[in-house]
Design a protein around this ligand. Structure first.
Ligand SMILES: C[S@@+](CC[C@H](N)C(=O)[O-])C[C@H]1O[C@@H](n2cnc3c(N)ncnc32)[C@H](O)[C@@H]1O
Length: 526
């Protein structure tokens, strides 16, 4: 099997990112900008480039505004962990310079934390903030025609005043300054007028929010503004879990996310070792109640990154909900496991670490770039000896005299509706139509994965979605097409709190304070 699996089927990798070209936002000069040269001996910047340094604009606001532009128009992800993991204060300032025409002073730790909070929060609360902004303009058509950068500056100001409760007049002054320098004096005047109006309505407790009344549609529209989600999501959740639970879910999605770390046993690191390191870095943590290798971290992740614990492979960032999917697979030393949609490798690498150097995880994915990341991480985590990657479309791969395995994991592409608290921008990028396409793909991939399962072997179907149409319904449709499979309840593999009535694994964001995830064990009987 190893021979067949090591054949690489090359297909063109999917590239979805659009490129973001900073546009000119009119007037780029101002009195407070100073020309400096950054070309010092030994610095990596190659050219003697003259840059404008603006010491008046607050760096975190300039960086936040530009990052928001990149996320909304440039295809950048609001994956704050990645952004910051690159330790990229310098990169960020490069974007600021190219977009706004000046640099600010460098970001310190406090600035970096503020950028994370402001960018994540402004994205999550976008619909709510836009409703407030539009309501405070006399004429809504003015709101509709606001230039993109000015809108980001207004959103930042509104978020700081309404959600972060920052001192309002300082917020007004700072954002006015940014609008004047980055755009033009008139833009600053407009920011001044609108933000001052907001301060007044907030002080009078009269923020213009919609009333929760009327028929289902009207209530969904109001909830979508109040809790800042797309209307279609509100309607869907209200249908499946009721209005009260839908509100709880939206409140969860709007919270700052927490992260879990997995001690890399592949490198001989135990959870106790990791806990000792976190203690010495003064990062508050709690050990996981569900998984032996995991530790939860709510704040201080930046310290972990800066100390190099991820880079050197001591630990990885992995949500416990994903770790529990691996528990459902139940990897044992000596197993030959096929991971059908493996990249970037979160589950592959955890499974590999469970093999204790014996056996193999065959990691298939259609995206070569993501597979490369998987290979590099496997080396860092010292599990590359038990991981083999295969670049292929699973459907084509499975068509050609497929190898068989006793454990096949299909962690399918899905809507990601279970991870909206971590992926702040995802709610705005998903459309209802995407679900239909994804469901078809999930069915095709399930059919393909099933051909890789040996008799008595098990197929584990998982998603990071909380939507029944991507979860239970896909399993039911599959069982309808494949009577040779039956459900194997997961109660032997995960704590009972995560086991549904039908024997599936389900982590509920609100109930378990984890990302949402689903997994089913399906045993081949013939
Ligand atoms: C949910 S992600 C997998 C996450 C991964 N299991 C982990 O834990 O890090 C889904 C993956 O499916 C891959 N994929 C999508 N369509 C595919 C196909 N037809 N064949 C193989 N892989 C595919 C995507 O490239 C993506 O990496």
């Amino acid at each position: 099997m190893a021979h067949v699996l090591s054949l690489h089927v090359f297909l063109s990798a999917q590239t979805q990112k659009t490129s973001y070209k900073p546009s000119k936002f009119s007037n780029r000069t101002n009195k407070s900008s100073t020309s400096i040269s950054t070309a010092k001996k030994g610095l990596s910047r190659p050219s003697h480039k003259i840059q404008k340094l603006n010491l008046e604009v607050s760096p975190h606001r300039a960086v936040s505004a530009v990052r928001l532009m990149r996320i909304e128009f440039g295809g950048a992800f609001a994956d704050l962990l990645n952004e910051r993991g690159k330790g990229s204060g310098d990169n960020e300032m490069g974007y600021v310079e190219r977009t706004l025409g000046f640099r600010t002073r460098d970001l310190d730790d406090r600035d970096l934390r503020l950028v994370t909070d402001i960018v994540g929060g402004t994205i999550r609360w976008r619909r709510y903030l836009d409703h407030l902004i539009a309501s405070l303009f006399h004429d809504e058509s003015v709101f509709r025609s606001i230039e993109p950068l000015l809108l980001q500056i207004l959103r930042i100001g509104f978020y700081e005043i309404v959600k972060l409760n920052m001192p309002p007049y300082a917020v007004v002054d700072e954002n006015v300054k940014l609008a004047k320098v980055a755009l033009r004096p008139g833009a600053g005047n407009m920011v001044n007028g609108i933000l001052r109006k907001l301060v007044l309505v907030k002080e009078n407790n009269s923020l213009p929010l919609p009333k929760l009344e009327g028929d289902d549609r009207a209530r969904a529209r109001a909830l979508a503004i109040i809790y800042s989600h797309p209307v279609w999501m509100v309607r869907r959740w209200t249908k499946y879990i009721g209005e009260e639970n839908a509100i709880r879910l939206m409140m969860w999605n709007n919270r700052d996310p927490s992260f879990s770390l997995r001690a890399n046993s592949g490198k001989g690191v135990t959870r106790d070792d990791l806990v000792t390191q976190l203690d010495s870095l003064k990062v508050p943590h709690e050990v996981s109640l569900h998984l032996n290798d995991f530790v939860r971290v709510n704040i201080g992740l930046q310290n972990v990154i800066r100390a190099g614990l991820l880079k050197e492979g001591t630990c990885s960032v992995q949500d416990e909900s994903a770790g529990l999917v691996v528990s459902v697979v139940d990897p044992q030393p000596g197993d030959d496991i096929i991971d059908c949609c493996a990249a970037p490798g979160g589950k592959t690498l955890f499974m590999a670490s469970r093999l204790s150097g014996k056996g193999k995880v065959h990691a298939i994915d259609i995206n070569e770039g993501r597979l490369r990341i998987l290979r590099e991480t496997a080396k860092v985590q010292n599990v590359d000896g038990v991981v083999a990657t295969i670049h292929a479309d699973l459907r084509t791969f499975a068509d050609k005299s497929p190898p068989k395995s006793g454990k096949v994991l299909l962690d399918a592409p899905c809507s990601g509706l279970g991870v909206l608290s971590k992926r702040a921008d995802l709610r705005w990028n998903r459309r209802l139509e995407d679900l239909e396409e994804l469901k078809n793909l999930q069915d095709e991939l399930l059919d393909a994965a099933s051909t890789l399962v040996s008799p008595e072997g098990v197929l584990i179907y998982s998603t990071c979605s909380i939507d029944p149409e991507e979860n239970e319904d896909r399993v039911d449709a599959f069982l309808g097409r494949h009577p040779e499979f039956r459900i194997d309840p997961v109660d032997r593999y995960v704590p009972s709190d995560f086991v549904t009535e039908r024997g599936f694994y389900f982590s509920d964001p609100v109930k378990h304070s984890l990302d949402g995830a689903f997994a089913a064990r399906l045993v081949r009987t013939l």
